[in-house]
Write a new protein. Structure first.
Length: 297
């Protein structure tokens, strides 16, 4: 396997009529490279992974919402004879394709768990994290879990879900980001004007499960968020100082940061922002005189 995959056709596996179907060549690449003895697909769809694993003689378990398995409510591991060597997913890319008409959901729980019918991007990402964590816990330590995910452009907004997925999971378990070229898409038959950039690829994200517990991962994620907050404040103050030529007094910085913050309501939500600016200056920048600050030497 290489970091760039391109297949002119999706192959003979699964049902080609199932729109958005994963290419069987991707599954074959994963099996050939990682040699799993047990492969699980938590979004089986039309059975592409099942067909590939059968052909290659690999033990397989396939799950899907349209057959009653819900990774937002069901523990994937309970469906397996043992922890998997490879747990794979190819979820809907948000509301890009509505799979509800395929599943014909018989109860509200199934409809609610359908990632193609999420009410918002935030809900999609919350369910996606549940999916990925469920895959991880269904994988043996030292085994791999992976997902194939694309970007979404809808109503003038662009969402690169792969960036979100990487943030959601343990960064020390990520082993590869593979770019997969897309062919024979509906968008291929359209012509675009101006600066529009069509999406022509997907991302295959691969992690290797460690022994780390879910609680430890949660603590790590909280620490990462705190560090990102610290960086954000530091760079806000740094850019204000840069805009003032490298040095400024405190009142000048307050005024400039107010102008840089377009939303008065947002500032009012954080009424202590000036105190945070002072704290950031004291920690990371140089005081050159009373009330005067400069970029650190």
């Amino acid at each position: 396997m290489h970091s760039l995959l391109s297949f002119k056709d999706r192959g003979k596996w699964g049902d080609s009529r199932w729109r958005g179907n994963c290419s069987g060549h991707v599954i074959r690449e994963l099996v050939d490279h990682f040699c799993p003895s047990l492969f699980v697909d938590v979004c089986e769809g039309s059975g592409t992974s099942r067909d590939v694993c059968k052909e290659l003689g690999v033990e397989y378990v396939g799950l899907d919402l349209h057959r009653g398995q819900d990774f937002t409510r069901d523990f994937v591991l309970k469906f397996l004879p043992r922890p998997a060597d490879m747990a794979f997913s190819h979820p809907p890319y948000g509301a890009m394709i509505d799979y509800g008409s395929v599943g014909k959901w018989e109860n509200p729980d199934q409809k609610e768990a359908d990632l193609s019918r999420c009410d918002s991007v935030e809900q999609f990402l919350e369910f996606s994290q549940t999916m990925l964590q469920n895959q991880r816990l269904a994988t043996r330590p030292g085994g791999h879990y992976a997902t194939l995910i694309g970007d979404l452009r809808k109503k003038g907004e662009f969402h690169s879900f792969q960036a979100d997925y990487i943030k959601l999971m343990p960064k020390d378990e990520l082993v590869s980001v593979v770019i997969k070229a897309q062919h024979n898409c509906v968008s291929d038959r359209r012509s675009y004007r101006g600066s529009f950039v069509p999406i022509m690829h997907e991302y295959l994200l691969i992690w290797k499960r460690s022994e780390k517990t879910m609680l430890a991962i949660t603590f790590d994620k909280i620490a990462e968020l705190e560090l990102q907050k610290e960086w954000s404040w530091r760079n806000l103050v740094r850019m204000a100082l840069i805009a003032k030529g490298g040095k400024a007094n405190l009142q000048e910085l307050y005024a400039l940061i107010e102008r840089m913050s377009e939303s008065k309501a947002r500032r009012e939500q954080n009424s202590h922002w000036q105190a945070k600016v002072r704290q950031t200056l004291q920690r990371h920048f140089s005081r050159i005189d009373r009330g005067q600050w400069a970029l650190a030497a």
